[in-house]
Design a protein around this ligand. Structure first.
Ligand SMILES: Nc1nc2c(c(=O)[nH]1)N[C@H]1C(S)=C(S)[C@@H](COP(=O)(O)OP(=O)(O)OC[C@H]3O[C@@H](n4cnc5c(=O)[nH]c(N)nc54)[C@H](O)[C@@H]3O)O[C@H]1N2
Ligand SMILES: Nc1nc2c(c(=O)[nH]1)N[C@H]1C(S)=C(S)[C@@H](COP(=O)(O)OP(=O)(O)OC[C@H]3O[C@@H](n4cnc5c(=O)[nH]c(N)nc54)[C@H](O)[C@@H]3O)O[C@H]1N2
Ligand code: SF4
Ligand SMILES: [Mo]
Length: 737
């Protein structure tokens, strides 16, 4: 019997408590921690991947330099030195913006990285900053920034206390919840139904979440904004708009009413694919529920009208008095308050302060839309991107029109990847800098405690000491920051060095201790007083429950005079595009086939596919479509089909199902392995197709700049007929809207 250690799983947003059995240096088992105050024993099959990841022989363990077609291990010193020199050279020749950076999703699951990315980015001094945000939750952040005054002030569904949960474009039974951290979400949703509540799932697929729901509505991809506008229309028309205690500080109710005036349920029903009666029923039930919450996730945000949808989700909650009320959409009061911390550092957000060079896309939060990354690299001229640093990401599989990005990477002057693997992206790099594995570093959920359905805190110490000479992500980032500040004026450089020195000395633990001490439950500097600090948190190995979410408005708003802007002009202006789209739709849009993505429980974005145990239970990676669409095109179950879009084509096996709406086809996201030079022995044997060879960098949410990953127009035909006759059924792929 080994020794049991407790920690939190950092692989997804659910923050499950784990009990890990360790004997010497060997990890024997990973189980759910029944004593964890938050997840109470919940765990999913992915947790075992933490062990597989740790012992994976393919994981990179020392800095690598490319030599010709191969790689060699080099020392950290040499790596940092050469990278520093090359970047300095490129910056001197082509200017600061010639070096781009891409931050992938795992950074948000890594508090060391989160706390040191800022100095790293500052040292880089580039406007060409990109991240997975603009293929994900950017619309929610834009709405939060313009409505509540801070891009991170995101409301969370109070799932445990709600009576009516309206869920759009989310599939928490597979994803385990997103922008809604809730270990054991299935159990929580089952409780909601068991206590007589309603769960209404709006999704073009009848997902496992939809099966658990009291009602599922098919919706045409990309039309959530129409649906939500119609809900608001009905609420206004039927006199169900009551702001309750929000009334004194909410501005813009009349303007909102004006915005939705043309979108009656009857007017949008055809476009949305939901009968007007059903829309009115939802509005009525929502408006009369004791506590109701509307929530939208990937399907509603990574699409053509994601910005409007995210805004209207908030609006539905506000006008029914359900924002900041138990059972509604609430804000957390996190022990280490990242919202307040970033606000103090002057980073509440920002929008359209500059634009991308090639297409003029707007900046948000200091970043440019990911959809512009490839064109910034392959379009010549002043300011062209010549070098790229990726930190914990795999844009070759995760960005729209990934083929174009791949072509650009093959020609890039210089590239560095900070990653655990030589993945499909990192194989293009000149240097790979590998951090410690998640089990070799401590963990605290700075971001997900901020998005959790209860207030809480938990610290996880490192399970294993880092191997001799290994560096954590935060150490790599600070060291790079150090090497990159050389071009700065002496005073600025001295200040930056001093600050980096302090960060180095404090380390993530030291900074976390300060955040906890001076946070809402903190003990400050009182030696004997009550309250939280890191030491006290460490003694609670199953975490600390800080209670249910509680009302915090208007105090927590970061807007002028603590007003809540229900109808920010910058967003409301985009309603024009919605009206325009409605008009065009009636002309021709109705017949084109739309592609959407999906996530599956045993996968995690583009990675963890090198775990044999996870892969074994993976469901077939097929293109799903409705039997009526298949019949129309002469496609049979299991047959090979070719899917084409403006940007490319892929071949996949068809799977016919009534669980998808007619007119919609679906491929899983995250696949496309098997590329030469990627060191992923297991994943390469099960490559799957890359959905992002079909998604389109020109198909995006014009308002936020978020990628339109769902609802991409495609055509489809059986492969054996491909050369004989073109599809002929839908030929609108060139026409994007
Ligand atoms: N078509 C389509 N495209 C999508 C999506 C979709 O639904 N459909 N989803 C989008 C979304 S929501 C997201 S978040 C993005 C994700 O896209 P990315 O963020 O680009 O990709 P991930 O697969 O999350 O990144 C995983 C990489 O990070 C590395 N990694 C893991 N942990 C660490 C660590 O601690 N340190 C370091 N340095 N590296 C680490 C892994 O080894 C792996 O190579 O994809 C987006 N793209
Ligand atoms: N197992 C697992 N868990 C994960 C991940 C993973 O890859 N695997 N990734 C993590 C990450 S980075 C994220 S961002 C989250 C995402 O978490 P979720 O958003 O909950 O997960 P998705 O599966 O992307 O769910 C999107 C749903 O939207 C539907 N959809 C597509 N288009 C539309 C549309 O136009 N309108 C509507 N209403 N619905 C639409 C899809 O059918 C799908 O069911 O999951 C996280 N958790
Ligand atoms: S649900 Fe997420 S946090 Fe929980 S065990 Fe699975 S991957 Fe880890
Ligand atoms: Mo994501």
């Amino acid at each position: 019997m080994g020794k049991i250690h407790y920690r939190t799983c950092n692989l997804c947003e659910a923050m499950c408590g784990l009990a890990l059995e360790v004997e010497g240096e060997r990890l024997i088992s990973i189980r759910g921690d029944a004593g964890d105050v938050f997840s109470q024993g919940h765990i999913c099959p992915k947790a075992v991947a933490l062990g597989d990841l740790h012992s994976d022989p393919d994981r990179i363990r020392s800095p690598q330099r490319r030599v010709g077609d191969g790689w060699e291990a080099i020392s950290w010193d040499d790596a940092f030195h050469e990278i520093g020199e090359r970047i300095a050279e490129i910056r001197t020749t082509y200017g600061r913006d010639s070096v781009a950076v891409y931050l992938g999703n795992p950074n948000v699951h890594n508090y060391g990285s989160l706390l040191t990315l800022l100095p790293f980015l500052e040292a880089l001094e580039t406007r060409n900053r990109f991240s997975a945000t603009s293929a994900d939750q950017l619309p929610q952040m834009l709405a939060a920034y313009l409505m509540f005054g801070h891009q991170l002030l995101l409301p969370v569904p109070d799932v445990d206390r709600t009576d009516y949960f309206l869920m759009l474009g989310a599939n928490p039974l597979e994803s385990n919840g997103s922008l809604m951290s809730a270990g054991g979400i299935k159990r929580r949703l089952e409780h909601l139904v068991a206590r007589g509540g309603q769960l209404v799932v709006v999704d073009p697929r009848r997902t496992r979440t939809a099966e658990l729901a009291t009602r599922h509505l098919f919706i045409r991809p990309g039309s959530d904004a129409f649906f939500l506008a119609a809900i608001l229309f009905a609420l206004f028309e039927e006199d169900r708009v009551h702001l309750h205690r929000l009334e004194p500080f909410v501005q813009g109710v009349a303007e909102l009413r004006g915005c939705v005036a043309l979108f009656s349920p009857e007017a949008v029903a055809g476009r949305v694919g939901v009968p007007a009666k059903a829309i009115r029923q939802v509005a009525r039930d929502f408006g009369t529920a004791r506590a109701a919450v509307c929530y939208g996730r990937m399907g509603a945000s990574a699409q053509e009208f994601g910005g409007l949808a995210a805004w209207l989700v908030n609006a539905v909650n506000i006008v029914t008095g359900n924002l900041d009320r138990p059972g509604g959409a609430m804000f957390t009061t996190p022990a280490a308050d990242l919202v307040e911390f970033t606000a103090r550092l002057g980073h509440r957000g920002g929008f359209a302060r500059w634009r991308s060079r090639v297409r003029g896309l707007r900046e948000f939060g200091g970043e440019l839309p990911l959809s512009a990354l490839a064109e910034e690299m392959d379009t010549p001229g002043q300011g062209q991107v010549r070098a790229l640093i990726t930190v914990a990401g795999n844009p070759v599989l995760s960005t729209p029109n990934s083929k174009r990005l791949e072509r650009a990477l093959a020609r890039i002057d210089f590239m560095v990847s900070i990653d655990l693997y030589r993945n499909e992206t990192a194989r293009h790099a000149h240097f790979i800098l590998p951090p410690t594995s998640p089990l070799e570093r401590s963990h605290y959920d700075l971001v997900f405690q901020m998005l959790a359905v209860r207030n809480g805190a938990k610290y996880s110490p490192a399970l294993f000491p880092p191997p001799e000479g290994a560096l954590h992500d935060w150490q790599i980032l600070l060291e790079l920051a150090e090497r990159l500040t050389t071009s700065r004026p002496p005073l600025a450089r001295a200040v930056a060095m001093l600050r980096n020195g302090v960060l180095q000395w404090l380390g993530p633990e030291g900074i976390l201790d300060l955040l906890l001490r001076f946070g809402p439950y903190g003990r400050g500097v009182r030696p004997l007083g009550g309250g939280l600090d890191l030491g006290r948190l460490k003694s609670q190995v199953h975490g600390i429950d800080l209670g249910p979410l509680r009302p915090v408005l208007p105090g927590r708003l970061y807007t002028r005079n603590k007003q809540l802007f229900l109808c920010p002009p910058a967003i409301a202006m985009d309603m024009r595009r919605l009206r325009e789209s409605m008009r065009k739709w009636e002309g021709n849009g109705a017949h084109s086939l739309r592609l959407i993505g999906r996530r599956e429980l045993r996968s995690n974005n583009t990675w963890l596919h090198n775990s044999q145990r996870l892969l074994r239970g993976q469901r077939p990676l097929r293109l799903t479509l409705h039997p009526s669409d298949a019949k129309l095109r002469g496609i049979e179950e299991g047959q090979s089909v070719e899917v084409c879009s403006r940007t490319g084509k892929v071949e996949a096996l068809a799977s016919l199902t009534e669980a998808i709406m007619p007119g919609v086809v679906c491929l899983p996201f995250g696949w496309g392995h098997g590329k030469k030079g990627a060191r992923l022995g297991v994943a390469n044997k099960c490559p799957g197709v890359n959905i992002n060879e079909l998604t389109d960098e020109l198909f995006l949410d014009d308002l936020s700049g978020n990628a339109g990953l769902n609802g991409v127009p495609v055509t489809l035909h059986p492969v054996d007929l491909a050369n004989l006759s073109p599809d002929g059924i839908s030929g609108e792929t060139d026409e994007l809207r």
